[in-house]
Ligand binder design. Structure first.
Ligand SMILES: [Zn+2]
Length: 168
């Protein structure tokens, strides 16, 4: 199955931008985290201060995000404890990906601010994108179009199963 995500991605971002104003703030991350259906929301794990969440518009199969629980729009607002928990969940996420899909490498980072490519700029989050040699010759993480070969539900299941095989 091949799918080009970019048109959907743009619509998705627009739908959240339009609805946001000062009186009614809507944040897709806060909504997911407040909901109790982690499977529906593709939340892999909830840590102490942040969660591992699958990106529903992935740049590669297994594209994960570390999302702090607190709604903060800038990196510097994160407390030291939040920063530490982001690192803890990043380490866990990488371990889970290694077990579930054996990547050759990872891209890890953040787009801070809309101009840098952040889709949801008002809630700081971090990306972990697994990479395989030959997945594409040149695939910048910030590219807007990507061919995805594995379904989200399938990836979710594999990542949850990986918990059994890693040291925590
Ligand atoms: Zn939020």
């Amino acid at each position: 199955m091949e799918r080009l995500w970019s048109p959907w991605r743009s619509k998705y971002i627009e739908s959240f931008s339009e609805k946001r104003d000062d009186s009614e703030k809507r944040c897709v991350f806060c909504e997911k985290l407040a909901d109790n259906d982690d499977e529906k929301n593709l939340i892999i794990h909830r840590g102490g201060l942040s969660a591992i969440v699958m990106n529903i518009y992935p740049y590669n199969s297994g594209h994960l995000m570390i999302v702090p629980f607190s709604h903060k729009g800038s990196f510097e607002e994160l407390t030291e404890d939040e920063g530490l928990d982001v690192m803890r969940q990043t380490r866990l996420a990488i371990s889970l990906l290694r077990v579930s899909s054996n990547p050759d490498g990872f891209n890890f980072g953040a787009n801070l601010g809309r101009v840098s490519g952040a889709g949801i700029a008002e809630h700081v989050h971090f990306h972990i994108v697994p990479r395989w040699s030959g997945d594409v010759n040149f695939m910048p993480v910030l590219a807007d179009a990507k061919v995805i070969s594995e379904g989200l539900d399938q990836t979710y299941k594999k990542l949850k199963e990986a918990f059994g095989s890693i040291k925590k």
